[in-house]
Structure formats: structure tokens, C-alpha cells
Design a protein around this ligand. Sequence first.
Ligand SMILES: [Zn+2]
Length: 65
Amino acid sequence: MRKKKKKKVDYGSMGFHCKHCNYSFEVDWETLWDIQECTHGYVGFNLNDTFISCPRCGEICEYEE
Ligand SMILES: [Zn+2]
């Protein structure tokens, strides 16, 4: 199986899990950094204060380690 590459650099993604509707999903780092930049103006690999909302129910989710 061949993956189509959109970007030159693939930073990977983080897995998130929504407790509210029991749904797991992934968010790539580029999206996470966009959210961080909007939320607190800086970006990094620390997700302690990064809040991702569930694509299904809109509740805030925690990342999975
Ligand atoms: Zn949810």
C-alpha cells in the first residue's frame, strides 16, 4: 500500500480519545500547532495545555500517551 504524501516533512500525529462518546481520533502536529498558536501564541511538543475538541460531540478531549 502506498501513501500519498502531501507534505515534505511528516511530523506525525497524536492520538486523542473522547471520553464522552468513546471515540478515538488522530490530530497531526501541524494542526495541533495551529491550535496552540491560536490559544496561547506559542507552539511546542507539550500538550498539557492544548485542548482539542472532539469532532463528533465537540467536548474537550485528552491526548493519549
Ligand atoms: Zn466526543
